[in-house]
Design a protein around this ligand. Structure first.
Ligand SMILES: [Fe+2]
Length: 248
């Protein structure tokens, strides 16, 4: 019985909070500008809730979806300033910055060519895809971004079954093209279905996932994190895999 006998057995190491991640890089904590928190008081309550799981730094990512959430630096940065003031007033020992969660559509294809993208962690951009089909120009857009030194980070990759239904080769190809993948912590509860949960674990096991995110919109997502942390398999994944959250 060496140390290896413990790696996959019942004594495999587990973590009981998210402090190993340090930084959450996907959330909706700017009040009143998307379907996330509505007031600065809610924002502070959610930040305190996330702090209780061990997070100390936040990159919050309001939706950018022209026609529905017409956000840009002009709407996001004043909201960020309010949240920062409230954090200081409460004396919370956390830092917060803001980027955006870009929805992939034709407008995004155009926006991706411009210079005023909201980025984080150096030159990274968080984006999400349509749920039902892969956009025709996806790889082209990814290539154009990476040519400019920008790393596209795909939000909740497990939500796009068309990318992994026939195996992981499409996800692998995107990763090889320079896309970093993010999985939502809520997915590990099984609340979005067993298919997404299984895919999330498979992609992590295959070394394809760089980040975990809360994708917190409100109180219920704090509950999802609590539920995920009740799951032994998730606690083992936290201990075993090196996510890149803390490097941001
Ligand atoms: Fe989100």
């Amino acid at each position: 019985m060496g140390i290896f006998s413990n790696l996959f057995g019942p004594k495999a190491p587990e973590l009981h909070d998210l402090s190993v991640l340090h930084t959450d890089m996907h959330s909706h904590l700017i009040p009143g500008i998307d379907d996330g928190v509505e007031t600065v008081e809610q924002s502070i309550a959610m930040i305190k809730g996330l702090m209780a799981f061990g997070y100390r730094r936040f990159i919050t990512t309001p939706h950018i979806l022209p026609g529905m959430y017409n956000n840009s630096a002009a709407s996001i940065m004043p909201g960020l300033a309010l949240v920062r003031q409230a954090i200081a007033a409460e004396g919370l020992g956390v830092t917060i910055e803001a980027a955006g969660e870009y929805y992939y559509d034709e407008t995004f294809e155009e926006m991706a060519k411009e210079d005023d993208l909201l980025m984080f962690g150096g030159k990274r951009i968080l984006f999400e895809l349509p749920n039902m089909h892969e956009p025709q120009m996806l790889r082209h857009t990814v290539f154009a971004l990476t040519c400019r030194g920008i790393t596209p980070v795909l939000a909740h990759v497990e939500r796009y079954p068309y990318l992994y239904e026939k195996g992981l080769s499409d996800v692998e190809e995107l990763v090889n093209m320079g896309v970093e993948m993010q999985v939502n912590i809520g997915t590990f509860t099984g609340i979005y279905g067993p298919q997404l949960q299984k895919a999330a674990y498979q992609m992590i096991d295959a070394g394809l996932v760089s980040y975990l995110g809360s994708d917190l919109h409100g109180e219920k997502h704090l509950g999802y994190i609590t539920r995920a942390l009740h799951d032994k398999k998730f606690r083992q994944v936290l201990a075993k895999h090196e996510f890149k959250n803390k490097e941001l």
